[in-house]
Every structure is written in C-alpha cells, then in structure tokens.
Design a binder for this molecule. Sequence first.
Ligand code: ADP
Ligand code: MG
Length: 596
Amino acid sequence: MSPRIYILPESLANQIAAGEVVERPASVVKELIENSLDASASEIFVEIEKGGKALVRVTDNGCGMKKDDAFLSLERHATSKVKSAADLFALHTMGFRGEALPAIASVSRLRLTTRSVEDEAGWQIYAEGGTIRQAEAVGTVPGTVVEVRNLFFNTPGRRKFLRKEETEFGHIADVVSRLALARPDIHFRLSHNGRSYLEAYRHKRLEERAAALLGRGIARDLLAVEADSGQGEMLVGLLGAPGISRSTTGQIYTYVNGRFVRDRVVQHAILEAYRSLLEKRRYPVAVLFIDMPPDTVDVNVHPTKHEVRFRNQQQIHDFIVAALRERLQHVVIETAGLGSVTPQRPAPATAPYAPVGPDYRARIQESLLAFNDKVAATPAIAAVATVKGEMTGWSSGPGMEPALPEGWRLIGQHLNSYLLCQVHDELVLVDQHAAHERIGFERLRQQLSAGGIESQSLLFPVVLELEHREAAVFTDHLANFARFGFEVEAFGGRSFSVTAVPALLAEVDAERLVRDLAAELNEIGRSGQLDDEIERILAVLACHSMVRANQALSLSEMQRLLQDLAAIDFGSCCPHGRPVMHRLSRREVEKFFHRG
Ligand code: ADP
Ligand code: MG
C-alpha cells in the first residue's frame, strides 16, 4: 500500500523552517537586526545572556507594528516586504521570506513588544514553541523589542549542538560587526551578561565605523577604494595595505547590495587582486561594498542569504580585480618610491601598532647600536651574533663550524629550496622550509614538556588590537600563554600588550605571531580543549620559522640545518603534514640509469 500524504501541521513546518534559518543564537540576532533595519530604525540595541542561549533581546526605534500586524508577523509567510514575484527581483529590504519570526518563535519562548509610531499604545505577545499564550495592550515607546529566551528548549537535539557561551557570543559579535560595518549611520550597541561589549555611535564615514569595529590600529592602514564599471556595478570600500595580512579570510567583509555575503566569486576576485602582494596562505583585510541593479543578482539562493548568484559572474569578477589592482598598485609604487632600502620580505607590520611616537625608529636604532657595541666588546657574544646574523632562526648553538651528522655529505642546494645530500649510499632531498619548521616544532615540544617554553622579553612591547571574537577567546586563554613562552596583558577592550615571546622566536614579527596564535585559538575555541590541541599551537609557532623556501643558504647554514635535523627525534613529516625529506636508494638511482 502506498503511504498517505498529509499536509504538515503549521508548528512542525515552522520547526523545519527553523532548521534552515536558525542555526544558533547568532542567526536569531541576524534575523532580528535585519528586521530592525527594514523597519528604518536608527538605534539597534542587542542584549545577550549566556551566549544567547538564555536570552537574545533586540530593541529598535523603528516603525513598529500595529496590533494586527504584530499577530500576523508570527505567522508563516507573513511579510510586509514582498507582494509579487516581481518584487523578489527588485529587493530593497533585508528580509522577504516572512519566515524568520515564526521560525524563531517555534523553537523558543518569544516575547514581542511593539508600538507603531501612529498608535497611542503598543502590543505585547508572548509565545511558547510558536503557540501564542498571552497577548495584551501595553504602554511602551514606539519601536519594537523582541526577546528570545531558551532557544531550542523544545528541540533538545539541536540544543545539544550549541557551543560554549563564549563561542556562541563570538558568533554573535561577528554578526553584529558585519551588520554594523554596513550601516555607519545606525547606532549599534551590544552587551553580554550585562556588560557592554560594543558601542558604535552614529558615524558619518565608513572609515570611522571601521575604526570603531576593526580597531583603531588597523584603520590607519586601510585605503579607500571606489570604482564604477560604467555598466551598472559600483564598488566602494576599504582595503588593507599589502603590509598587513591575516592567517584566515576572517577579516574580509564583502557586501552585495548592502547585504553581507560570503561569495566564491567575490572572494576569488579579492585574493586575485592581492596575489603576489601577500605571501602564500596569507589573506588581506578588506571591507567591500559592491552594488548592482537588483535584477542582476539573486539573493534568494539560500535561507540565510549569505550566498548570491550573479547574472554576469565573469564581469563582476573582473571588475573587482581591476578596481582593487588599480588601487593597490598605487600603494606599491608609492611605497617603493619612498623606501630607501628594498626589503626582501614584506616589512613586518609591527611599527604602526606599537605605542610609538615619532622617535620610535631612533630609539630602535640607538638600542641596536648599543647592542652592537656590546657584541664587539665580547668575543663570545660576537660569535653567536654572527651566527644569528647569518641565519635567524632556531639554531642556538655556539658559533663553531658545525660538522655534519655521521655518514652525511652535503651536495648542494637546489632551486634555493631543497638540500641535496648523500647519506651513505642514498640520495636524500631535504625540504629546507619543512625541515626548519620540524626542528622548531620539536624544540618547542621538548621545552614545553620540560616545564614550559623558554621566553624572551621584547625590546619594545607590541600592542595589538584584535577582532571581537578573537579578543574574547584570547582573553579566555590568557592564563595559558605563559606556558607557551608569551607574556601578554589585557590592556582593556580588545587591546593586548605582548611583552615577551618564545625565545626561539624572538626574532620574528611578534605581532604577526600573536595574531596567528589568536586566530588558531579562535578555531580551537570552537572545537575543543586547549590541552588536546597543543600540537596545533606548536605547529603555528613553528610555522613562523625564518628559513623559507626560495632562500639561498650559505654552506654553514645548510650544514647547521642538517645537524639540527639529525639531533631531533623526528618523523619524516613537518607539523603541517608535508614531508621533510625524500630518500632515493642506490637501487632506485641505478635502476633509473639501467645499471646494476
Ligand atoms: P521578513 O523579514 O522576511 O518579512 P520576518 O518573519 O522576519 O519576515 O518578519 C515578518 C514581518 O514582521 C516583517 O515583514 C515586518 O512587517 C514585521 N516585523 C518584524 N520585525 C519588525 C520590527 N523590528 N519592526 C517592525 N516590523 C517588524
Ligand atoms: Mg526578517
């Protein structure tokens, strides 16, 4: 017998819709803020308790709703924004599906308080799991307050998937930042457990808003960009100068017609524009708004509306690449013109963030000179200093000529990246970068298991400002840093001062090191306990090793690298899982030449 077909009960249909729209508290925040934006609010206040698991409250001073509309808004497919299919292709609002409120209501205890500007009094409706339990007229100011308590209280299966309070709040902070970046004209406030977390007053310019949200430090390194394709597309935004980079794409904010999107085409275009300006696996900071006629882009691809479909994909892509290249090129040329020395690596980005006056460089120079004098006066230090000068990095040995491990003979360097060696009767190729990372990784691991990673104070502390979510996770982990050889103090807000780093890494760009560490901790924050992830952290630290591919090494540098490699008890993989060396046996070589 074939199964009978039933129409789903309304409540179940809503819960299914909630599965798509409401993934976690941050999705609730997003939907509620978008509704406030559509209601033309100029103030949007978001209060969160327990990462949004206990409470999400969004208060706005928008147009509010009349009694009938307030009830209707909790019904599925009730929307004031779209009346016909044609409207779908000319959207000027954030919402249009008319399913967010009922979906959220179906998986929470929701209280809606609203008053239309034209009315004397407002209405308050209380619903549990989507069922209206109470409704009454109330005295209230014009605007709307939506309170969502105990999210997923009636769907324990989904509640289980919620993460730690801090992690959920991090997602919320992300969502608020994204929306607030796009609307500098709106006053946003975000608090968590009664403590104010973010306050962005009305700003006139995107630059000011970016400074408030991304940090004053970075704002100084953002370049304004503006372009018109002449074919309907416009682009405005801020681009991070090529000197600053991140280990993830987390600080690339892209918007299409005012809506935050994470789009493959747009992302690819941005990375393409920065290609050759950033090292491999480094990503820019960017805030970009791309506008185009609404009928040339479909935003109704996914319920969360993070994906879009362009009618003319290639044209958009090429327009973005051209506009960004053009802007970035100017900077590169300007900087090259100014610089007295051409740096071999991209200049470290520490300087702009350090708490410095104009005499910063002078101070560094002075202390370097003083250090050099000391070195010259002490032969023992002089030796070490020369070694370090030759190859900054892991090696801590004294400056004597290092002998190669027993049975090893160095043949040479191939492509400035691989060492060729004869080891007894084998031909061995060593990837110098992978080897160096492995050595660093092992040394850090040894030190850690011997009680803690050896630390070294910085000549000048590095002050940095992190992104909201990173700052939250970072603060959580502050106590752990000493173990990893860092001394970090919270400076208030999202600022931190780094006064010491692992001694083995004393010569690398400290700011970048700490930022990468923060990004990694942020990732880990989502997935588990720090103790289970120590190897991941060590790998991040080791990755800052200074011997890269494409770097000519002197004979003694190569010898020492092999010596260091032999001294550790290593597997044949670098911490990222790439192989460190490859052996060709005598047999393989002979076979290749049809011998033996
Ligand atoms: P959508 O935003 O897709 O229309 P929602 O379920 O999010 O669907 O909201 C349903 C309707 O409720 C909206 O179309 C709007 O008319 C009304 N509404 C929701 N939130 C607000 C608010 N904060 N202020 C005024 N009206 C609101
Ligand atoms: Mg909506």
